[in-house]
Design a protein around this ligand. Sequence first.
Ligand SMILES: Nc1nc2c(c(=O)[nH]1)N[C@@H](CN(C=O)c1ccc(C(=O)N[C@@H](CCC(=O)O)C(=O)O)cc1)CN2
Length: 281
Amino acid sequence: MEAKLISGKEISQKIRTEIKEKVQALKANGVIPGLAVVLVGEDPASKVYVASKEKACTEVGMHSEIHRISESTSQNELIDLIDKLNKDSKIHGILVQLPLPKHLDEKEVILKISPEKDVDGFHPINTGKLLVGEKTFEACTPKGCMRLIKETGIEIAGKKAVVVGRSNIVGKPIALMLLAQNATVTICHSKTKNLSEEIKAADILIAAIGKPNFITAEMIKPGAIVIDVGINRLENGKLTGDVEFEGAKEVASFITPVPGGVGPMTIAMLLENTLEAAQSI
Ligand SMILES: Nc1nc2c(c(=O)[nH]1)N[C@@H](CN(C=O)c1ccc(C(=O)N[C@@H](CCC(=O)O)C(=O)O)cc1)CN2
């Protein structure tokens, strides 16, 4: 039987409508949630994502500021801007669009964002809280993946979850989130032996490798939930995930598409985190 599609596009739209109502309620109490996005340089994909974030904020009635700064900005200039935003009472959430140009130290920049305004959930204080199971800002992409899994109605506890990819932004945090829901979690990476066997054991498969169509139908356990985090642009301009969708949908029970799966959830979760930041003042 063909897998059911988990549409991030539809689910994120529902979430955005709910957020819009909550923003209105907050505004009635005199608080306008505000997000500042810092974009350094001219990376074309980053420009598109930042524009989507601005549009999403405006649509739900949030205050949004985009700080577009030159590719040649120094580390100190960038940190000065973050200091200013940390002190700005109109701003409840700050994010620095990644990746940064090579000459900038990403880790130091993230450390300078006030943890209370770190709506990306990348600050070590917030990732540390996630590790020990304290409430915190959770990184938007893995948080969005968890919401998509929840939409299937399938119980996570006791399932074998396999995360392919160990990035700080997706692989590691989603492994912790799945563990917090009592899944048995395996993280696979470039040095994993018998990768195909590990993947085949997954009841819940998270593909976050960054390699187009890397995971094919025969690698997937029949009935698995497949969450494809990959967003790969092919030479023909088309977007594709890390999972070979057409084959995988014949084997999985639920599957996310690319585009229209995890991507739109990243933006919805950013709005949710910004709303929470504003609600907590
Ligand atoms: N500071 C951050 N930087 C980056 C993050 C992040 O969460 N915080 N994540 C990614 C990029 N990203 C958001 O910033 C992002 C990626 C993709 C999408 C999305 O909606 N994708 C669409 C397709 C869009 C297209 O046509 O290119 C989809 O999948 O349907 C939203 C946000 C790296 N940087």
